[in-house]
Each structure stands twice: as C-alpha cells, then as structure tokens.
Design a protein around this ligand. Structure first.
Ligand SMILES: *[C@@H]1O[C@H](CO)[C@@H](O)[C@H](O)[C@H]1NC(C)=O
Ligand SMILES: *[C@@H]1O[C@H](CO)[C@@H](O)[C@H](O)[C@H]1NC(C)=O
Ligand SMILES: *[C@@H]1O[C@H](CO)[C@@H](O)[C@H](O)[C@H]1NC(C)=O
Ligand SMILES: *[C@@H]1O[C@H](CO)[C@@H](O)[C@H](O)[C@H]1NC(C)=O
Ligand SMILES: *[C@@H]1O[C@H](CO)[C@@H](O)[C@H](O)[C@H]1NC(C)=O
Ligand SMILES: *[C@@H]1O[C@H](CO)[C@@H](O)[C@H](O)[C@H]1NC(C)=O
Ligand SMILES: *[C@@H]1O[C@H](CO)[C@@H](O)[C@H](O)[C@H]1NC(C)=O
Ligand SMILES: *[C@@H]1O[C@H](CO)[C@@H](O)[C@H](O)[C@H]1NC(C)=O
Ligand SMILES: *[C@@H]1O[C@H](CO)[C@@H](O)[C@H](O)[C@H]1NC(C)=O
Length: 801
C-alpha cells in the first residue's frame, strides 16, 4: 500500500513538475523544452519576456528569447519581438528537437532528437537550473552562481542593463525576417572605440564613427581600454570610449532594446509595457546612404525622404545579381589598361569614400585625369573642393560606398573606355534597396523522415540551401503572390512598390505624346494593342496598351511589372518601363526592328540558317523562363506573333509573365484556368483538364518550329482532321506525322523534303533541318511526359553529333 502511495506521489510530482516546467520561469535539471509543444516556454515572472522555440520557416525553429505582446502572451508568434537566438544560422526541425538541461549541468540543443546544434558546455556538481530573469537574461545557475547567461552572447540586440564588453558584439540579421547572420557588426575595435563595421567577406570597412574624423573629433577617447558600455533602463547609453547618448524619451520607464538592424543602422527602440508599437528613440546614422556596403561595389546610393534609400549602378555598369544589392554592379565593358583608351564622365555631387591610390593636393582636372589614366586599375577619381580653396584629387582603386548628396562639394569622374558609348547618360538604372530585403520570407523546409536519423545535418544543410534558393526565386519571380499573401504588409509598402520597380514610370500623357496619340499600330495581341513610339529618352519603343476591361489593381500590376522587369535574358524582350495611371495600364518595351516571326514567315525572308538560330534562341529564352527560376513562369502563349526579331534576326520572346505568374500547386486554381493560349498552338492539356506545367510551352514551341519548317500555319493552312473536333492544331501535327511515317530518324531526310517549305532555299543543311524536325516532333507528343524540357531542347539542338 505504502509502495503504491509512493508510486502515485512520484507520478503526481512528475506530472506537476512537467507542467510547471512549461509556463514557469525555470527549467530544472533533467528537464527539457520540446519544439513540438507550444507551451514549452519559460516566461519571466514579470511577463515581459519568454524563451522558447521560435519558428523561422515552415518547419524550422530557433531557440530564442522574445518580448511578449501583450504581457504573458507568448503564443502569438507574429507579435513577438525576438531579442536573442542560439542557432540563427542552423535552425532545427519541427519534430523531436529540444533544449535539454542535462544532469551534468550542460544545456544542449538537439536537432531532430540527435544532432547537437548548440551547447553551453557547462558542468556542475550541484543541481543546475535555467532561469529567465525579468530583464530578459536567460541564466544557468547552480548553488554557487552563474554558469552561463545569454547576456554574455547577444545576437543583434542589447537590452537595458546588459553589459556590452570587449568580448561581445551585435551582428545584424540578414533581413527583416531572415534571422541568419548578416553583414553589419557593432563592437569595440582594437583601439577601444565602439564602431560599426560592414563585412560581407569580400570587403570590410568601418563606417561609424565616420572614418575621416579622428577619434577626438568624434568625441571619442581611445585611452580607456576597459571597453565596456551599457544602456540603463532610463535610456542613457554610455561607453568607456566616452560615447554616450540619451534616448529621446529619456527618463520614462519603458521597454527598450538597442538593435543592430539589418540595414546597417543601430537603433534604440522603445514601447510602453502594454505593448503599443515600437518606435525609434535614437539612431546612430541619420543619413542611411552613409552606411557602407548597402549598394555594393560600383553601386550608388541616393536618398530622399519620400521614396527612401535607393541603389543604382554607375553608368556603364549593371547589377551583378538582380536579387542582391550587396553583390554590387559589374562593368558592361571590358576594362582596359591602355592609358590612351580612357574617357571620364562627371557625376555631380557624388562621393566615394576610401580605397584611394593616394591623395594629390592642388591637382588640376587634367592632371588628375592623366594620373588616373596611367594607373591600370584606376576606376575613376574623386575631385573635391574644400573650404581651403584647394582642389584635391583622389584616384580610386575600388568604387565602394558611393552616395549622392547635394551637400557634397565635389564630383566623381568615372573612367570608361573611349569606345564605350553610354546608352543614356542621364537616367541611371535605379532600384529601391528593398529589393534585396524582400528576400526575407519564411523558409519552407522539407525533410525526408526516413533519413532523419542518418546525416540529418547534411540534409538540413542541403534542404536549407535548396529552400533558400527556391525562396529567392519565388520571391523575385512571384513577388506578387508574396504581396497578395501579405495584405497587411501591402499597406505599408504601397508607396515603396513604385520605387521597387526597377525602371521608368511614364505618365500617360508622355506615352500619348510619344506614340503621337496611339497612331502607329505595330501589333495586336490578346492583352492589348502595341504601338510604336519615341518616349523622351529618344529610343524607339514598343508601347503596349493593355485592354482596360482586364486591368487589375495598381499594386498587383506593379508587382507583376516588377517581376517581368527583373527577368533579363538576351532572348527575352526587354522592358523599359510602364504606366499605371487611373484606368490606363501600359508597358514600354524595346522596339525590335524586324517585327514578329509571324510577319517574317509570311514574307519569306528567312533562310534556313536564320530559322535554325531563331529556333535555338527561342528555346533558350523559354528555357530561362522555365528553369532558371524553377518553372514559375510559364509563357502559355508561345506563337510566332510573340517571337520578335532584332536587327540581326536574333529572336526575343515577348509577352511573357503578365497574369501568368504561377507557383507550383497553384497551377489548377481558377485564376489560372481562365488563361488560354492561342488556338492551333495549345497543348492537349488545356482541354483535357490535366495539370498545366511548363510542357504546355514545349508543345507550343514544337508547333512553332513545325510552322517554320513547313511554312504552314496550324490555324489556317491545314484544317482539323481530328474526328473529336476538340482542337485544330492536331491538324498540322498529324499532317507532318503522315508524311514522315515509317522513316526512322536516320532516313528522315527524304521525307523532310515532302513537308519542307520550298522557300527555304536549295542549299539548306538537311542534317540541321532533320534535327529540328525530330526535336519538334518530340515537343508535340500528346503525352506531356514524352516531351523534353526546354533546356533539353536547347541541348539537343546544339549537340553537334
Ligand atoms: C497576434 O498579434 C498580431 C499583431 O500584434 C495581431 O494582429 C493578431 O490579432 C494576434 N493574434 C491573436 C490570435 O491574438
Ligand atoms: C543566479 O546567480 C546569480 C549570481 O550569483 C544571482 O545574482 C542570481 O540571483 C541567481 N539566480 C537565481 C534565480 O538564483
Ligand atoms: C548617463 O550615464 C553616464 C554614465 O553613467 C553619466 O555620466 C551621465 O551623467 C548620465 N547622463 C544623464 C543625463 O543622466
Ligand atoms: C574607463 O571606463 C569605465 C567605464 O565607463 C570607467 O568606470 C573607468 O573609470 C574608466 N577609466 C578611466 C581610466 O577613465
Ligand atoms: C543571386 O543571388 C542569389 C542569392 O544569393 C543566388 O541564389 C543566385 O544564384 C544568384 N544569381 C546569380 C546569377 O548569381
Ligand atoms: C598612347 O599614345 C601615345 C601618343 O599618341 C603613344 O606614344 C603610345 O604608344 C600610346 N600607348 C599605347 C599603350 O597605345
Ligand atoms: C596650387 O597651385 C597653384 C597654381 O598651380 C599655386 O599657385 C598654389 O600656390 C598652389 N597651392 C598650394 C597650396 O600648393
Ligand atoms: C511548404 O511545403 C509543404 C510541403 O512541401 C507544403 O505543403 C506547404 O504548402 C508549403 N508552404 C508554403 C508556405 O509554401
Ligand atoms: C537567410 O539568408 C541566408 C543567407 O543568404 C540563406 O542561406 C537562408 O536560406 C535564408 N533563410 C531564410 C529563411 O530565408
């Protein structure tokens, strides 16, 4: 009986302790917090802070400390403000992961039950306990005192009363919602000064305090090597290097946090205990363009209050990676060492700080030009006046940290090869900085359960990588979906969308004038009519005026335009700008001299060589749409009218992207099913209710190639022979099939002559034409699984065997 009593008491105790471990502020030895239980968190006794697992992706978690909002409410993930994290670069899986306080006093975070991701490496003979203090400090104590505390290893946030020392630093996160390690660090330097450093592994530089000030000019002292700083709870920050500031709301009792933000600024935020919005009560750098590295190498930052901070590439340079400004810009020309092959263009009020070959006082402009020309790697020079009346010359090895500000008395002279002609000197290619910040979205990780116990870490790493890549594609290509999903966010960024769009916004009047009142029609498509025009920048453009009845809202339109504008491939038509004004929606494209493939086919101007190159180029353009970003852009309307030819008859695919952006899984939704291609070119899936994949474009492409080879249009020249009468396009395909029946691919050439357009000419390379025919026939397989992908098509056509 006694035994049973003891047993039940123990059981009860265990249950109680298990319960108390969830919502209390303390974790006892031998206990753990599980990622699977939402209530497995420590809550500080004042209700302000919680410590527990915080989701950073669909099924990925980090162990974190956050501000609750409202007090004691630790459950609402969106209202949390995370201040600390253990494993920011290595999230753990949503199942079986846990944080355990082992009997030996070691605090261990394990992923999926096995792999140790992080540990305090502490040991204790007396029982240890983990405790979340009212000030947000997570402490591991035993009877003797503190074994470990989170205040010693901050992430990106410093809390009031948390000592900032020579061994601690704040490192920004990657972006607003991506918590992994970013590029900006707040720490004490070797000469005892608190500073801000940009470091992206390629370049590293200090930008605060301003490097051109000697420390005492910045009000700093290098003599006190104790290197400590602290923010008190009233809002007074003071450091051993004499740097000090008071919050604008100094004195009030508020929740406060000092954060190294992902944009490179360090800010103090405050809010009241009842958890109203955070507001900024101090920031280190009022002019955000002075933060280093934001626009990358050869990038230029401009700032104005209405549109915020923007990056652009210097004239003659282009963005290296359209999704990432920190990668900067690269030259469009071949840099040359030849001193005779240099010209300089002047960029007013632009300053690039640092990376000089030296400082040459009292140089004339031509002396400075000669100096820079004679230095092989000189990228340009800064020519600056100071109030002494002397003009200084600073030749630059590297153009980094550039910004334009009217208050700067000096100009940058950019070096370009003589032969390089700037397309348009005035308008720089501008993008809002937020482009790269938007890459922040939740990571969607998928695990294969079977392999969990094997090399989970490897898998994790791999999946994180793939997830990240998909994510970036998803964000950059399908940004409109992102925006749709984030209706709340949209209100905030309504204004920013305009800036985020990386090209010119034209006014309706401007385009009306440019096209002389929409006079010269050059094409007509499902979405609208295309006119020729010459907008203010003197380039001939094709202006597409979208049908008014189909018009979507402005935000959605801009999001789509933004997406299309970022696609950049020599076989895709380039978009220069757009207009969204009232009911009007217009798109401005480059104008292509030779018009559409349709037009060229009917006028018989293409010989077999051009045909072949057009087939290859079109395939490359489509392959780019399909593969480079994982099948998220389907064209859905591939036809000769939508393949345009430039002055060299090089093809460019047009009319992609609008209202046709999709995401895997959304392929069958109602929005999509409304979309149709053009009769004659449509794959059988469209009518048979099968899922729509990139193979619909492959099919249409096959038809286009057959049309090129035979000179027969699938819509008019051959009438439907399909007894079901469902679609007409089977006409051309079955006609070709009839004619080449029985020929193996070796002997396809004789039958080729029967179907080939006689206007192709006599000296036609039959090998190549046969290859085209074979590929086209594969593309028009009824069964979509039998068709190749667009990149396989490119390979097959380019294969020389
Ligand atoms: C969670 O917090 C967000 C932001 O504060 C709020 O909009 C939302 O209503 C909260 N959700 C719940 C279930 O309380
Ligand atoms: C942990 O140890 C520190 C230092 O001895 C002490 O200040 C703190 O109060 C202890 N925490 C608890 C909950 O005992
Ligand atoms: C802020 O703190 C520093 C150092 O503790 C002190 O010298 C200074 O007087 C304080 N400022 C105010 C306004 O309290
Ligand atoms: C160095 O700074 C610390 C913290 O601000 C201060 O306590 C100490 O007195 C300073 N030492 C000297 C020599 O100024
Ligand atoms: C651009 O950057 C993203 C993320 O860093 C990367 O996944 C992608 O491969 C890059 N693209 C190119 C063309 O380098
Ligand atoms: C540059 O021009 C000068 C004078 O015209 C000539 O002597 C010199 O060889 C040229 N240098 C190069 C590298 O072409
Ligand atoms: C700058 O150059 C001018 C003319 O070359 C000369 O008169 C002047 O003394 C120079 N100033 C200095 C500070 O070298
Ligand atoms: C994440 O992936 C899972 C499984 O692949 C899927 O069911 C889920 O819809 C995805 N979530 C998002 C937000 O993409
Ligand atoms: C966060 O950024 C890092 C570095 O670019 C990337 O590897 C990771 O996949 C991103 N994670 C999420 C959740 O976006």
């Amino acid at each position: 009986m006694a035994c049973l009593f003891i047993f039940f008491s123990v059981l009860l105790l265990t249950i109680c302790s298990a319960f108390s471990s969830s919502n209390s502020d303390t974790l006892r030895e031998g206990a753990f917090l599980s990622v699977e239980k939402q209530d497995d968190v420590l809550v500080s006794s004042n209700g302000i802070f919680s410590a527990g697992f915080h989701p950073v992706g669909q099924n990925a978690y980090c162990f974190a400390i956050w501000f609750n909002h409202p007090l004691y409410n630790y459950q609402n993930v969106t209202s949390r403000t995370v201040v600390w994290m253990t494993n920011r670069d290595e999230p753990v899986y949503e199942k079986v992961s846990k944080l355990s306080l082992q009997k030996d006093g070691n605090l261990v975070l394990t992923d999926a039950g096995r792999l140790v991701i992080w540990a305090t490496d502490t040991a204790s003979l007396s029982p240890a306990f983990l405790y979340l203090h009212d000030n947000g400090n997570l402490m591991l104590n035993n009877s003797k005192g503190v074994l470990w505390q989170s205040f010693d290893s901050p992430t990106d946030t410093l809390l009031p009363l948390q000592l900032f020392t020579k061994s601690t630093k704040l490192v920004s996160s990657r972006s607003e919602s991506n918590f992994s390690t970013g590029f900006y660090t707040f720490s004490f330097s070797d000469n005892n000064l608190l500073n801000l450093i940009f470091d992206n592994s390629e370049v590293s530089s200090v930008y605060w305090p301003p490097p051109w000030l000697v420390s005492w000019e910045a009000g700093r002292s290098t003599y006190n090597n104790s290197r400590v700083a602290m923010l008190n709870s009233l809002g007074n920050f003071s450091s051993s290097d004499d740097f000090t500031f008071l919050a604008t709301d100094y004195g009030s009792i508020l929740q406060r946090r000092l954060r190294m933000d992902y944009d490179g600024n360090i800010r103090l935020y405050s809010r009241t205990n009842d958890g109203a919005e955070w507001y900024v009560s101090w920031e280190a750098i009022p002019d955000p363009c002075k933060i280093n590295g934001i626009c990358g190498v050869n990038g230029l930052c401009t700032y104005d209050y209405s549109s915020g901070r923007k990056c652009s590439c210097l004239p003659g340079y282009k963005m290296k990676n359209r999704t990432d400004w920190t990668k900067g810009c690269e030259p469009k020309f071949n840099p040359s060492c030849n001193r005779n092959d240099s010209k300089f263009i002047r960029l007013f009020s632009v300053e690039f700080y640092g990376y000089d070959y030296g400082f040459f006082p009292n140089y004339t402009l031509s002396q400075c030009e000669q100096l820079c020309s004679s230095l092989c790697n000189c990228k340009g020079f800064q020519y600056s006046f100071f109030n002494t009346g002397i003009i200084n010359c600073y030749p630059k090895k590297l153009l980094l940290n550039g910004y334009r500000t009217p208050s700067f008395f000096g100009d940058l002279y950019l070096r370009l090869p003589n032969s390089y002609h700037l397309p348009q000197e005035k308008t720089l290619e501008e993008f809002s900085l937020e482009c790269s910040d938007v890459t922040a979205q939740e990571l969607n990780r998928t695990y294969s359960k079977k392999h969990e116990n094997q090399s989970v870490k490897l898998l994790l790493w791999f999946v994180t990588g793939v997830g990240g890549f998909q994510l970036i594609c998803f964000v950059s290509v399908c940004s409109f979906l992102f925006i749709r999903n984030q209706r709340e966010a949209r209100d905030h960024i309504g204004g920013y969308l305009v800036a985020a769009t990386g090209f010119k916004r034209y006014s309706f009047d401007e385009l009306k004038k440019a096209t002389r009142g929409f006079k010269e029609e050059i094409g007509r498509g499902s979405g609208g009519i295309v006119y020729k025009g010459v907008p203010s920048d003197d380039r001939v453009a094709a202006v597409k005026r979208l049908n008014q009845e189909d018009n979507q809202g402005e935000a959605e339109f801009l999001a789509e335009v933004n997406t299309i504008g970022r696609l950049n491939h020599m076989h895709l038509m380039e978009m220069w700008g757009y207009c969204a004004e009232g009911k009007h929606r217009l798109l401005v494209y480059e104008y292509l001299e030779h018009g559409s493939l349709k037009h060229n086919l009917s006028s018989n101007v293409l010989d077999w060589k051009k045909m072949f190159e057009i087939a290859v180029g079109t395939a490359k353009g489509l392959a780019y749409l399909h593969e480079e970003c994982l099948e998220w852009i389907l064209h859905c309307d591939v036809k000769p009218q939508n393949i345009l030819l430039d002055s060299n008859y090089s093809p460019k695919v047009a009319d992609f992207g609008l209202s046709k952006l999709l995401k895997r899984g959304e392929l069958n939704n109602s929005r999509f099913s409304r979309i149709r291609g053009t009769r004659g070119y449509m794959a059988p899936e469209w009518v048979s209710n099968q899922p729509i994949t990139s193979k619909v474009d492959v099919y249409s492409y096959g038809i286009v190639v057959l049309e090129m080879l035979t000179g027969k249009s699938p819509t008019t020249d051959i009438k439907a022979v399909d007894e079901t009468g469902k679609t007409e396009n089977r006409g051309l395909v079955s006609w070709v099939r009839e004619n080449i029946k029985g020929s193996s691919s070796d002997e396809i050439e004789p039958s080729l002559e029967k179907i080939m357009d006689p206007s192709m000419g006599e000296e036609c390379d039959m090998m190549k034409m046969a290859k085209l025919l074979v590929v086209a026939m594969k593309c028009v397989e009824e069964e979509k699984g039998g068709r190749p992908t667009m990149s396989q098509v490119v390979e097959m056509l380019q294969d020389n065997h």
